[in-house]
Design a binder for this molecule. Structure first.
Ligand code: DC
Length: 214
């Protein structure tokens, strides 16, 4: 078996890829990186410093300072930071800096799970397992809505739905590394699938690849 084994997971916002990725990493004892957090951390650092989000050179410098060990999902999960992250994610210099750090992470032994938008197409294009996790915009908006309501908050479904569609347009429409399935990715549509069913489907794909690799 080679030194490490990488599982690349891509898909749009709120498709369930985060939950699935963590579950897979736990199952196989692999290191997990949510690469969206690297874009979020860069955006938050700019916001905190009162710096503009449209200056590529400034954003690139921030991106180089991001420490993967310091990424905190709770601090970075806000809607405002997500919006800012998707704006700086269109900048090639920012992407180059973050992709370099992500690639280094992907080499950790015994294996890694990276999730994001361009893992199977750019960051780990040679990964032995690529999954593209998706769900309809309506289902993704409903999941986000239920999550907020479940935590006792208030939410407006139509506003969330519009937001999901706008985020998709930005992620799929950008020139550098747009969100799309790699040619050799396995598609997992979770619109009508539980997380458990998605996990079982992913597990059989991964087990088959691991036995080919041995
Ligand atoms: O998955 P997320 O919501 O945390 O991602 C935030 C933004 O970061 C998203 O709008 C697009 C960007 N992103 C990216 O361009 N490439 C990645 N590999 C991961 C996230």
């Amino acid at each position: 078996m080679s030194k490490t084994f990488t599982i690349a997971i891509d898909g749009p916002a709120a498709a369930g890829k985060g939950t699935l990725s963590r579950r897979i990493a736990d199952e196989y004892g692999f290191h997990h990186l949510d690469t969206g957090l690297t874009y979020r951390a860069t955006a938050k650092a700019l916001l905190d410093a009162g710096l503009a989000l449209d200056d590529e050179q400034v954003a690139e410098k921030m991106a180089h300072k991001i420490e993967l060990s310091g990424l905190n999902r709770d601090i970075l999960s806000s809607h405002e930071i997500g919006e800012a992250a998707s704006k700086i994610a269109v900048m090639p210099a920012v992407r180059r800096a973050l992709v370099e750090a992500q690639r280094r992470f992907s080499e950790r032994a015994p294996g890694t799970v990276l999730d994001g938008r361009d893992i199977g197409t750019v960051v780990c294009a040679g990964a032995p397992v690529k999954l593209y996790v998706t769900a309809s915009p309506e289902v993704r908006a409903k999941r986000r809505y239920d999550e907020i309501i479940g935590k006792g908050g208030t939410a407006d479904f139509d506003a969330i739905f519009e937001d999901v569609k706008r985020r998709d347009e930005r992620d799929m429409g950008r020139a550098d590394s747009p969100l799309k399935p790699a040619e050799d990715a396995h598609l997992l549509d979770t619109s009508e699938m539980s997380i458990e069913a998605a996990f079982q489907a992913a597990k059989s794909i991964i087990d088959a690849a691991l036995s080919r690799n041995n």
